[in-house]
Design a protein. Structure first.
Length: 349
């Protein structure tokens, strides 16, 4: 298992939609951690190009994260009213919107690619692959990791044959990796989730959510995780593809909230005008709403407008440093070692 061979217990979170780049994945891998490429929103052909590029930058193991297609298209009645609301607003604001549609994010072609040109780890978000998919990737030589957000999802992933569970706490930026989004979706903090999963499951755990310092790396390791998966702390790195308005928002800080306004799926981002105005009306329909707001978000990124883009970020984003990725990995690992050493002689324990 790759967790046994990593030089440092640091895993780069796959950050689809821009921040994830071959350069960032390779830099984390070269620094002794595990570098992830995010396949979300990419075609299989573009993913193949990015994977080839990353492999040219490192001879260390790499990982790829794939979006599970879930249960298929949303019922039109679930999002029609919200789309109508957005169109009325956009007409007055001079904003371009797209059409709601469903895609499986090139699911089959990506699986074919990863079975034919395997990476060390393939992880899944938004659902649990069935045993057939797990066995196919195992046969290709890949470990299968599954993102889980609750004990129930952890049990399902273990039963499917997952090698590692990525426990995503409420603190994490970006989309919740839940198998099925719904109004009463439970949102566990990372320490509680690690405790619940560890109490009944035997699969190794990787912790994700709000981890931006060596101290928090040490905390999740002490709570039972084998490694920490970290995203927002790397978004200001020069190797990251983070858009300029998101970089500025990260530097400025700000409150994060959970929202479905941009994509129809629960996600954590920095509160801005679009969330404030439209979250009360938001529908639960992914990826349909994602495609409705995509043209607006692309135009806003090009114009540098942070009020109309999804500023995905974790609760600890204010701690992100503008350093090369290798320096951040080294600092996190060194500070974690210090914290764990100090914890070994805590008065009263």
């Amino acid at each position: 298992m790759i967790l046994d061979s990593l030089e440092v217990p640091i895993v780069l979170a796959p950050m689809a939609g821009g921040p994830s780049t071959p350069e960032l994945a390779a830099a984390v891998a070269n620094a002794g951690g595990l570098g992830f490429l995010a396949a979300g929103y990419l075609s299989a052909d573009v993913l193949a190009e990015q994977l080839e590029h990353a492999r040219s930058l490192t001879d260390r193991p790499l990982a790829v994260n794939v979006f599970h297609p879930g249960d298929g298209p949303s019922d039109h009645s679930a999002f029609a009213q919200y789309v109508e609301h957005l169109r009325a607003w956009a007409a007055g604001a001079g904003v371009e919107l797209g059409e709601p549609r469903y895609t499986d994010d090139d699911w089959g072609a990506k699986l074919d690619l990863l079975a034919g040109a395997p990476v060390r780890v393939v992880s899944f978000t938004f659902g649990c692959p069935d045993e057939t998919v797990v066995k196919r990737l195992h046969h290709a030589g890949s470990e299968v990791w599954v993102t889980v957000t609750s004990p129930e999802e952890g049990r399902q992933a273990q039963a499917a044959g997952a090698d590692v569970l990525v426990a995503q706490g409420a603190e994490a930026g970006g989309h919740r990796g839940s198998f099925r989004d719904h109004p009463e979706l439970p949102v566990y903090g990372i320490l509680a989730l690690l405790s619940l999963l560890g109490a009944e499951l035997s699969v190794p755990l990787v912790a994700s959510g709000g981890i931006a310092t060596g101290g928090t790396v040490a905390a999740v390791l002490a709570a039972g995780a084998r490694a920490a998966q970290i995203g927002s702390a790397f978004m200001l790195c020069p190797e990251a593809g983070t858009a300029a308005p998101l970089r500025a928002a990260l530097r400025a800080g700000g409150q994060t909230v959970l929202t479905r306004a941009f994509t129809g799926r629960l996600a954590r981002g920095i509160r801005n005008r679009f969330i404030a105005e439209h979250e009360p009306h938001a529908a639960l329909a992914y990826p349909e709403i994602h495609y409705v707001t995509a043209p607006m978000r692309a135009a806003a990124r090009a114009e540098g407008d942070p009020e109309l883009i999804n500023l995905w970020a974790g609760e600890s984003h204010a701690l992100a440093l503008e350093l090369p990725a290798a320096d951040i990995v080294a600092k996190l690992a060194a500070d974690a070692r210090v914290a764990l050493t100090r914890a070994g002689s805590v008065p009263g324990l």
